[in-house]
Design a protein around this ligand. Structure first.
Ligand code: UDX
Length: 452
């Protein structure tokens, strides 16, 4: 067993995936959650939500490393019994789009209470995405005030952003591109670096550890998500340019651009826009934070605006193709914000549905291989939910491809012709071969128009 034990405060997908990966490498982990049901599932070795490979790791821990991962319903005991505490709480978006730090605040207070009665040096690591200044001025300050301990002497403080994408959390945890350590002081950063030198071992040959101050590390995370969002909105803006010139294809254009080693082709996929739990929340949070400092971000405003407009744009091109859609039955293939998940947070499907409803188009049916249930929770009776592709396409006069699930990729033009009343198809993710589909049925795709 490794010499330092870790408490993971928050068992969302970042927290639990980190906990499981650490425990698998013989690091004693005590996770904590306020949710009793969740704690029981984790203690029974059952993943409380779906994330690729998480269950397999929990099974392995149960078989080989029993006792390495434990989950408590209170954080104070977890903190008291370990050497390092990682804060992995959510930082949701408030109604005014700024960051909600209330879970971080509660956890910092709990750490303060736990450290009050602890004599040993303890390292606190903020893993949640927080606006610059939070680790020092909220977390560090509350712990100091409540525990009476001195930062740098009695406890250490680091900010280590995570860059995990849903569906890849386990893979990303084991194979990061880099480890960013924001440190209150040298001692805190060195202890965390030592921990990762043990955890990653050989992998560190290809993975730099960068150390900086707390605020810089906080800003790295926002820099990351803002640039990825910007790449997508940039690709979508160029897709709109491409549509102004017949026979120009955005897929080719972005491939050409992405081959520049300074740019790379990832996240240049034009489509109906980005969704998910991070991009909107984080871009809005850093924008709102800058505003409180008197700075207005024009770039991020545009990134979000272009993204919202893509949902309007797909409906525009559908009406160009199929005529007015009011009174017609419309199908959405895919509802989740990306394939491989049932997550509906900020999904493009929601914006497309809202735009359709705004135009008086009410007969909408959606189908998603995994997200029908979560979509119904999110959108309720705004649309109907089909349980198969065939049922979704039946009687439809226009289909929108919204999420690029594999089962949609294998559809041929004949499948649409066979099942739909009128086979108008909009490819919102560029998964279909343009020439084949364009020749076979009324078809439009983001980022390409043809000579008539
Ligand atoms: C993202 C970041 O990748 C991750 O580093 C961060 O920690 C959390 O946010 P995630 O939200 O899980 O992860 O999904 P990601 O795979 O990044 O996709 C986000 C959205 O962008 C999806 O809706 C996807 O469809 C869209 N996207 C992605 C595009 O529209 N075009 C692209 O080229 C790539």
């Amino acid at each position: 067993m490794y010499k330092y034990s870790v408490s993971i405060l928050g068992t969302g997908f970042i927290g639990l995936c980190s906990a499981a990966c650490f425990a698998q490498k013989e690091i004693k982990v005590i996770a904590s959650t306020h949710d009793e049901k969740k704690a029981k599932l984790i203690n029974d070795g059952i993943a409380p939500f779906f994330e690729a490979n998480l269950q397999e790791i929990l099974d392995e821990i149960k078989a080989k490393n029993q006792g390495m991962l434990q989950c408590l319903t209170g954080s104070i005991d977890a903190i008291a019994a370990t050497d390092i505490s990682m804060i992995t709480q959510g930082t949701p978006m408030r109604a005014d789009k700024s960051i909600d730090l209330s879970f971080i605040e509660t956890t910092a207070k709990e750490i303060g209470m736990a450290l009050k009665n602890k004599d040993k040096y303890h390292l606190v690591v903020v893993r949640s995405t927080v606006v610059p200044g939070t680790s020092r001025n909220l977390v560090g300050r509350l712990i100091t005030e409540i525990s009476g301990k001195i930062p740098g002497k009695d406890f250490g403080l680091c900010m280590q952003p995570e860059f995990l994408a849903e569906g890849r959390s386990i893979e990303d945890t084991f194979n990061p591109d880099r480890i960013i350590i924001g440190e209150f002081d040298e001692k805190s950063g060195s202890m965390l670096q030592e921990f990762y030198e043990y955890f990653y071992g050989e992998h560190l040959k290809n993975c730099p550890i960068m150390r900086m101050n707390l605020e810089s590390a906080e800003l790295v995370k926002y820099g990351n998500n803002s640039l990825l969002s910007t790449k997508i909105s940039y690709a979508n803006e160029f897709a709109n340019f491409a549509e102004l010139v017949p026979n120009v294809d955005i897929v080719q254009v972005m491939k050409g651009v992405g081959l520049d080693y300074r740019i790379n082709s990832r996240f240049l996929g034009a489509g109906v826009g980005f969704g998910g739990s991070c991009f909107h929340k984080d871009v809005n949070a850093i924008k709102a934070w800058a505003k409180t400092k008197g700075y207005t971000s024009r770039l991020l405003e545009a990134v979000l605006g272009i993204n919202d407009d893509q949902a309007i744009h797909v409906v525009d091109i559908a009406e160009e193709l199929a005529g007015t859609l009011a009174g017609k039955r419309i199908s959405l293939l895919g509802l989740a914000f990306k394939p491989g998940t049932d997550d509906m947070r900020e999904a493009a499907s929601i914006r497309v549905v809202d735009e359709l409803l705004k135009r008086g188009i009410k007969d909408i049916v959606g189908y998603d291989p995994k997200a029908n249930e979560t979509a119904e929770r999110e959108m309720g009776k705004k649309i109907e939910y089909a349980t198969s592709i065939e049922a979704a396409l039946k009687d439809s006069e226009c289909a929108f491809l919204i999420t690029e699930w594999d089962e949609f990729k294998s559809l041929s033009p004949d499948d649409f012709k066979k099942h739909m009343k009128t086979p108008n198809l909009i490819d919102g993710r560029r998964i279909y071969d343009y020439d084949t589909f364009h020749a076979a049925l009324p078809f439009r795709a983001i980022g390409r128009t043809d000579l008539k």
